[in-house]
Design a protein around this ligand. Structure first.
Ligand code: ZN
Length: 373
């Protein structure tokens, strides 16, 4: 199949008049416009942009499916995969909420079983373990009663049960034992600072120990201040750290999204949805786990008015980032190659390059999704 006459986002994230031939799920050729024909079929992309499929590395659920709560993990992942695939997302890392150890172990086992065969839509790219090694002071929607101290033995057990599928583990670096945990975990996956009340110096030490990622920067952290820069400043200033932002326009003010991009640059910014099960269901009232959630537009609230999580998927987050003023090709990096690197799947996904997966997306000239490529 040949995608022709469009503009293609090349692997250096420049736009080029290039045609792209794909076969058997792989990108086979990228050639100057009009120089190749494909008897297998051709798709005319005149006035369109061919871009890599998006990668959502932090997502709890969507389309009614909840990775942490659903007992049928295979059905849950299929539902997430189908919805995300229809929204231009090539791969996702289902994200685990804080829960009791027994439930965590069960989920790891079910994930391994459910991913023996590839999913039809977006691919499952490994687990993002957000809980349980987080601070009660900044735990947000994570249930405080199940939080615990960083536990290397438990982490090793979870990895084993998942079939070594944990790609990211979160930790609040100020917790006792965190530094040793970071040392240990950084050898086997990405370690992210999350839900932390840690100050600037604590986070500096954590980065030296092996933290290379910031889970939804600003959210679940002490605010940045000129007298007390806090963990946020330590994470932003260090070039080794990739910073996530929830880009629904609610969790982080649009002006702060743009400011963060200007400070850390296009190669360290990673947009995430942090989406929950009500994402993609439209407006209405839903029972999610044990809670009643009402969704209106991009807001999901509990009955007492508390924000219940994000209902903005990554494609919408990307469009928001462009609307907030981030140059489109830089915003595209933040939803493709940067999360691919963070998950260690950039050899196969994250950019349009020969040999990589042909999970592509077609955008219009304003970088809005037309359809999945
Ligand atoms: Zn989350």
């Amino acid at each position: 199949m040949l995608y022709k006459n469009g503009l293609t986002v090349l692997s250096d994230f420049t736009l080029e008049e290039a045609d792209v031939r794909v076969s058997k799920g792989r990108i086979m050729d990228i050639v100057p416009r009009g120089t190749l024909h494909d008897p297998e079929g051709e798709i005319d992309l005149t006035g369109r942009i061919l871009a890599p499929g998006l990668i959502d590395m932090h997502i709890h659920g969507c389309a009614g499916a909840d990775f942490s709560a659903d007992k049928d993990t295979a059905a849950c992942l299929t539902r997430m995969s189908d919805y995300l695939g229809s929204r231009g997302i090539a791969a996702f890392a289902p994200t685990v909420m804080t829960m009791p150890g027994e439930e965590l172990r069960g989920l790891m086992k079910r994930y391994q079983k459910a991913t023996v065969n590839p999913l039809a839509g977006a691919a499952a790219a490994g687990i993002y373990l957000e809980g349980p090694y987080l601070s009660a002071k900044r735990c947000g929607a994570q249930p405080a009663s199940c939080l615990r101290l960083p536990d290397i033995a438990e982490f090793n057990e979870l990895r084993r049960l998942s079939g070594d599928a944990i790609r990211v583990v979160c930790v609040a670096p100020e917790l006792p034992g965190a530094e040793e945990f970071i040392h240990h975990a950084a050898a086997v996956c990405r370690v992210s600072a999350a839900h932390t009340a840690g100050d600037y110096d604590t986070l500096r030490t954590a980065i030296e120990a092996g933290v290379t990622h910031a889970t939804h920067l600003y959210n679940g952290m002490n605010p940045i201040s000129h007298r007390a820069p806090g963990g946020v400043a330590a994470l932003m200033e260090d070039k080794r750290v990739i910073c996530e932002l929830i880009c629904d326009g609610l969790h982080v003010h649009p002006a702060m999204v743009l400011l963060t991009y200007r400070l850390i640059g296009a190669d360290r910014l990673c947009l995430v949805s942090d989406a929950m099960a009500a994402t993609g269901l439209g407006n209405g009232s839903f029972k999610l786990g044990s809670q009643d959630v009402t969704v209106r537009g991009n807001e999901a609230r509990l009955s007492d008015g508390t924000l219940a999580g994000s209902v903005t998927d990554l494609m919408q987050a990307f469009e928001n980032a462009v609307a907030f003023g981030i140059p489109p090709l830089d915003a595209l990096k933040a939803v493709t190659i940067n999360p691919a690197r963070a998950l260690g799947i950039d050899a196969m996904l994250g950019s349009v390059a020969v040999g990589k997966s042909a999970r592509l997306v077609v955008l219009d000239q304003d970088f809005r999704m037309v359809k999945r490529g």
